[in-house]
Write a protein that binds this ligand. Structure first.
Ligand code: CIR
Length: 254
């Protein structure tokens, strides 16, 4: 696997916030935590690639939102937050070396954090960042490659992947307060521990998942399924309303 990442910007404190209250962010600590996250990806077998740092783009570390990459194509998004529209160009320059490029055009908007792909099924959150036009454009692009795109209502959270992520090919981890688990009835649904409301965002790498260290009760539920959990401390990323999927774009090395 290749993991596309981008260093934390010195301006991270000016990040967009929607559902999380602003609190002081230690940017030095955020950089150290991001370094440990990249090391974890490498230890799990990923080849970690860094995009150029964008010092004056506070949210640039959250690379997941700017591109949706399958085995066949890289779709450069048009992010829902206007402040983030300058992040995609440098990602496209690098992704061009790995995949043909397509782009979401105005008036469409879509954030990669709203896009959960499991095999040939693609679930897209109906969030404040992603509109019906963006979803329709993604459906057209990915339809060429045999994917189906399904729109999913969410509530009280930033992105679909705040509410649900993949544990493996047959199991998903869900926060039932933010998305209806019935949408995922074709999979085995593991619910987070209700006291850990942000715990549904994990990154699957092979047979393991990476998850924020502050969710031990949900980790126990995942481990009870026989799945390895690698815990990483991402407290400063979480203050910027990020989690673990948002800091990388994972794609097969082909
Ligand atoms: C934003 O609001 O855009 C950033 N502060 C956080 C983005 C997190 N992205 C993600 O989880 N995919």
């Amino acid at each position: 696997m290749i993991a596309i990442t981008r260093e934390v910007s010195p301006s991270l404190v000016d990040c967009e916030l929607s559902y999380v209250a602003r609190s002081p962010i230690d940017v030095g600590l955020a950089k150290a935590q991001h370094g440990a996250y990249r090391d974890t990806l490498a230890r799990l077998g990923c080849r970690v690639v860094a995009l150029p740092t964008l010092a004056d783009m506070p949210d640039a570390v959250f690379v997941e939102d700017v591109a949706i990459v399958t085995d066949e194509v890289a779709v450069i998004t048009r992010t829902g937050a206007v402040s983030r529209r300058g992040e995609g160009a440098s990602a496209a320059e690098v992704l061009r070396g790995y995949r043909p490029i397509r782009t979401i055009e105005a008036p469409g908007t879509i954030d990669g954090g709203d896009v959960l792909r499991i095999g040939r099924r693609v679930f897209v959150g109906e969030s404040a960042r992603t509109n019906a036009e963006g979803t329709a454009q993604l459906r057209t692009i990915l339809g060429w490659f045999g994917y189906t795109v399904e729109s999913v209502p969410i509530r009280e959270c930033l992105h679909l992947k705040s509410a649900v992520t993949q544990l493996d090919d047959t199991r998903v981890l869900v926060q039932p307060a933010w998305v209806d688990p019935a949408v995922f009835s074709d999979y085995r649904v593991i619910e987070i521990d209700p006291s850990e409301e942000h715990a549904a965002n994990v990154v699957r790498v092979g047979a393991a998942v990476i998850s924020p260290a502050c969710f031990p009760l949900t980790h126990a539920r995942i481990r009870a399924e026989g799945i390895d959990v690698v815990a990483v401390d991402v407290s400063e990323i979480q203050r910027a309303e990020g989690a673990v999927t948002c800091c990388s774009i994972l794609m097969r090395d082909s």
